[in-house]
Design a protein around this ligand. Structure first.
Ligand code: SF4
Length: 704
């Protein structure tokens, strides 16, 4: 980076996608500021984004060159890139020859750039011949993907952040944007300050920071979201607050949903959800009276064994009120990671194809393989995230290539994940630093370039694509992930991977989108440099992007109408509390940490908010266990234990406990790891894990 130069990029943490300007002064010091011209954040940054310069400059723990074990019992030793690619290709070829293409898999991340996501999918689905490519985005938004597809015909977020300032009623459910999407929350706060009559309904079993904005906080019993959403639809119908014209002309299946919602009385719904009847009626009144109604949600709905049902029941509220396809209204699932949306666009999951094509559709498979000039695409869906590690554990999957994610801390039932990785014949870990618990299982460790060290694109929660400029050279021999992937493909002797740079990969992907509902064939790196950021579709060079979808009320279903969907499971199917494990563990994020802390854990300033793992417990549950504030406790169930400090309050419902999901090894132990306890149940359609509902017991820690 030359002196006194500025670079435009995007924050590498959450799905809000804030624009960032990086400056380097004459001393070579990086400074990060919010991009005032970016419509997402208008110059604002949260604590994590503000400290990105520290992470970008810190080279401690960085993986500087490829390291390889010559056999399982040998330590990792430095090797050249050529040796690393030769070995990786030789092992993959040999395993595929002996056990077939479904014996290998790739597990990637919502932090990968779109070009990387695209290429690893092309490599795996087009050339290796397996759909065993999945992502940690499976853990945060796959239920929303299915919900959108069922209701709207495709995985398409209908609205834009700009709709926030046009809405007058918000339902924030299963989300804590005050901590997890802070700049988005600041926009909500500012809107409320400027328009005090704006109504906010917050649904969450915990009284989180987000509840501070609520005109009405519905502190529901964990897992009862479908019952509540159905009760709201019922009450909207009963109070005649529905949009008959929209329902009649633009939707399918209304009568089926109507039948279901009338099967549960409002009184019973209130009892099941453990909220008052009046509060359900008030929430419904706010929604029914809204001129512009937006629902926002994340993990509280998605991370559930009935995550799809929770999503479709929420989407029914937007459809019954006709609050979609017009300014200031629509359902808005927030993405957790910075490029979870980009991954969805390029088909970055075991059951998806690129450009929203359907893996189960033979014509679509042929279109994709023809475009790539590849082998026919395998019709069998690949292993989804948790199933990939199950398959490793059972020996069905022999080799796994892990890119930019730390499954040893982030997947449910961590102890099983570690066991599975120990059993694997060959583990490749491609990451930026040794500061990830997963690297210790690598047979081949590949150094990747980090944020600001490579160029590429990402898409945020509102379908906004941004170009990330390269500003600094990666340390040591680290390479951009996209280059590592095409060089491996070349070592495998696959055709069509002779790229020179990320821009060539992006050009190919843009071309592939032509004529689809996510057409960005008019887009290029130069266009993004010129325009800043744009929302897809962007079908021609003179396009200005598409902030809002479905303004013509034409949905992506066969008959162009949106679908009401009947929830298959109204009641929670999660683990049920027992005498031995009477509490329900909920896990989630805290304000100043990101995922498994491989980056934010290095920033001292970010530890001043919350410095370590803890369990939040209701004061009555604490008293019954003789637990005081700060007492060291053991959280336990049949899968594992965690040893953490107790935080006691009234903000969490009696019978529930909460642990942050970020913490892994602390001082050489795994005492703070919440995923020691989480269960392996998944939604049967989306395969998203049930992270927010594991049974557990809490007792005071006693020294042996
Ligand atoms: Fe980064 Fe999200 Fe914070 Fe914006 S809100 S600065 S994208 S972490």
């Amino acid at each position: 980076m030359s002196a006194n130069k500025s670079y435009k990029t995007t924050c590498s943490y959450c799905g809000v996608g804030c624009g960032i300007i990086v400056n380097k002064d004459n001393n070579g010091t990086l400074k990060v500021t919010g991009d005032t011209e970016n419509p997402v954040n208008k110059g604002m940054l949260c604590s994590k984004g503000m400290n990105l310069h520290y992470v970008a400059q810190d080279t401690t723990d960085r993986i500087l060159y490829p390291e390889m074990k010559w056999s399982k019992n040998h330590p990792l030793k430095r090797v050249s890139w050529d040796t690393a690619f030769e070995r990786a290709a030789a092992v993959f070829k040999s395993i595929i020859k002996k056990h077939g293409p479904d014996s290998v898999g790739f597990y990637v991340s919502g932090q990968c750039l779109t070009e990387e996501y695209y290429l690893v999918n092309k490599l795996t689905k087009g050339f290796i011949g397996t759909n065993n490519i999945d992502t940690n985005s499976r853990l945060c938004m796959s239920s929303a993907v299915v919900g959108y597809k069922k209701a709207l015909g495709e995985d398409s977020v209908p609205i834009a952040y700009a709709d926030i300032e046009l809405a007058d009623t918000f339902l924030i459910t299963g989300a804590n944007p005050a901590w997890c999407h802070p700049i988005l929350y600041r926009r909500l706060e500012a809107h409320k300050e400027a328009n005090p009559d704006t109504k906010f309904i917050v649904v969450d079993p915990r009284k989180t920071q987000t509840a501070a904005i609520a005109d009405l906080h519905l502190q529901i019993q964990q897992g009862t979201d479908v019952v509540l959403n159905n009760a709201i639809v019922r009450e909207l119908i009963e109070t005649d607050k529905i949009d008959i014209d929209f329902i009649f002309n633009h939707t399918n299946n209304f009568e089926d949903v109507k039948k279901q919602v009338f099967e549960t009385s409002l009184e019973d719904a209130a009892k099941i959800c453990d909220v008052s009847l009046d509060d359900i009626r008030l929430a419904t009144k706010y929604i029914g009276d809204a001129k512009g109604f937006i629902s926002m949600w994340t993990m509280g709905l998605n991370q559930s064994i009935i995550g799809v049902d929770k999503n479709v029941s929420l989407l029914n509220i937007s459809l019954v009120t006709g609050q979609i396809g017009k300014p200031g209204s629509g359902p808005f699932s927030l993405t957790g990671q910075p490029n979870a949306m980009g991954g969805r666009e390029v088909g970055g999951m075991a059951n998806l194809l690129a450009v929203h094509k359907d893996l189960m559709n033979p014509t679509h498979r042929k279109e994709v393989s023809d475009f790539w000039g590849s082998n026919p695409i395998n019709p069998k869906p690949g292993y989804t995230a948790t199933k990939m590690f199950d398959a490793l554990d059972k020996g069905d999957l022999k080799a796994i290539w892990i890119i930019c994610t730390n499954p040893v801390v982030s997947l449910p039932n961590s102890n099983k994940v570690e066991r599975a990785l120990k059993k694997a014949k060959f583990v490749v870990v491609q990451d930026i630093s040794h500061n990830s618990e997963t690297t210790k299982y690598a047979d081949l460790l590949l150094p990747a370039a980090g944020w600001l060290e490579k160029e590429g694109t990402m898409s945020n929660s509102e379908r906004r694509i941004s170009y990330l400029e390269k500003g600094i050279e990666p340390p040591g021999e680290a390479l951009p992930d996209v280059e590592i992937l095409w060089r491996f493909a070349q070592a495998m002797n696959y055709r069509g991977f002779d790229y020179k740079n990320a821009e060539e990969v992006y050009k190919e992907y843009c071309k592939m989108t032509k004529g689809t509902n996510i057409d960005i064939s008019g887009l290029s790196y130069q266009k993004l440099r010129d325009l800043g950021t744009v929302q897809w579709p962007f079908p021609s060079e003179d396009s200005s992007g598409t902030p809002r979808l479905f303004t013509d009320k034409k949905f992506y279903t066969p008959n162009g109408k949106a679908n009401f969907n009947v929830a298959q499971n109204i009641y929670n199917q999660s683990e049920q509390p027992t005498d031995e494990f009477p509490l329900i563990l909920n896990t989630g994020r805290i304000r100043d940490q990101w995922h498994t802390r491989t980056k934010t854990g290095k920033v001292k300033r970010l530890l001043t908010h919350i410095s370590g793992p803890y369990v939040e417990i209701n004061e009555e549950d604490a008293k019954a266990r003789d637990i005081e504030e700060g007492t060291v406790v053991v959280v336990k169930n049949n899968r594992g234990t965690a040893r953490v400090k107790a935080i006691i309050n009234k903000d969490i419902k009696k019978g529930s406990i909460f642990m942050p999901m970020h913490f892994g090894k602390i001082s050489g132990s795994d005492f703070g790891r919440a995923n020691n306890l989480t269960n392996e149940l998944i939604d049967p359609i989306s395969s998203e894990p049930d992270f927010k509902h594991a049974v557990a017991q809490v007792t005071k820690f006693k020294k042996e």
